[in-house]
Design a protein around this ligand. Structure first.
Ligand SMILES: [Zn+2]
Ligand SMILES: [Zn+2]
Length: 301
């Protein structure tokens, strides 16, 4: 009976709509009122098997993580290279003069990282700096259940700006107080991450496979795809470089746009990794610029 009632109501509405204005499309998508409750998605996508916890409240969701990845990296075992999750650093072939620096000290370091392979190709060696270990960090991020665009958009700062689905923090395009440079990036593992001075492992960039076939990219947060990477502190999701249809979308100045994603069929504002080959380095920065929404608190110690 209920089904029949609904059918009749729907038919009646349709008749009304077609009588009143034949030009009106059946559905209009209003991008300015697309506030979306993210709790169900956040609860289902984080990797609880990797020590992540998600607690949904009425206004805020608390996500905690350990900061240790669920994929291979040399940082599991720099010293002995025998850990089951160990894989070597990526190697990167220099195609032109991209690995140059105006900074004298950086230039000297860079010269030490350059070498030539057996075929005469210039190659840059990725290796750890003095930060060579990863430890558990108790990360805690509070995000709004229904993220909304902020009137005054706040720049992202150093430290945790979001949490990837595996509980590893996402950082912006700064390393210390300077913008990411080649020397810092030469300490990235193939997932675009490295530990900081506190042995705090974190992502800066999208992985770029093709570095080295020995690296197993299957579990990196993103390579060149539309994977959901995680959520930033303002509650908006961040994806790989592509939209679900395989296209590379045009992004606003904060690296996002509003549209449908695999997780939010109604559409939501979401960030993407930059589609710019950063400094021709082969890396794609995950996030620069300001938050679209208002960032919640985050801590890690
Ligand atoms: Zn860093
Ligand atoms: Zn998109």
């Amino acid at each position: 009976m209920k089904h029949k009632f609904l059918t009749i109501t729907a038919l009646f509405s349709l008749l009304l709509a077609s009588c009143s204005d034949p030009e009106t499309p059946d559905q209009t998508i209003d991008e300015t009122t697309s506030d979306v409750d993210i709790s169900a998605v956040v609860s289902s996508v984080y990797n609880l098997n990797n020590g992540v916890t998600v607690s949904v409240g009425s206004d805020v969701i608390v996500v905690t993580g350990t900061g240790l990845p669920d994929h291979k990296t040399p940082y599991w075992d720099i010293e002995n290279k025998v850990h089951e999750m160990y894989e070597p650093f990526p190697s990167f072939y220099i195609t032109n003069d991209i690995y140059t620096s105006d900074d004298d000290m950086e230039s000297t370091i860079l010269e030490g990282l350059k070498s030539t392979d057996s075929n005469g190709n210039s190659i840059i060696t990725y290796e750890n700096n003095m930060n060579s270990e990863m430890t558990v960090v108790d990360y805690r991020m509070e995000i709004p259940t229904t993220p909304v665009e902020a009137t005054n958009k706040e720049e992202t700062d150093l430290g945790i700006i979001g949490l990837a689905l595996n509980g590893v923090p996402i950082y912006n395009n700064y390393e210390g107080r300077s913008v990411l440079g080649i020397v810092a990036m030469a300490t990235f593992d193939a997932a675009g991450a490295h530990p900081g001075p506190g042995s705090d492992y974190h992502y800066h960039a999208a992985a770029q496979l093709g570095f080295d076939s020995t690296n197993d990219g299957s579990l990196y947060p993103t390579i060149n795809d539309s994977n959901l990477i995680g959520f930033l502190r303002d509650g908006f999701p961040v994806y790989g470089r592509q939209d679900a249809d395989g296209s590379y979308p045009d992004l606003d100045e904060n690296g996002g746009h509003t549209g449908v994603t695999a997780d939010f069929s109604e559409g939501i504002y979401h960030y993407h990794c930059s589609n710019e080959n950063y400094l021709d380095s082969g890396w794609y920065v995950i996030k620069s610029g300001a938050y679209h929404g208002t960032p919640g608190t985050a801590s890690g110690s």
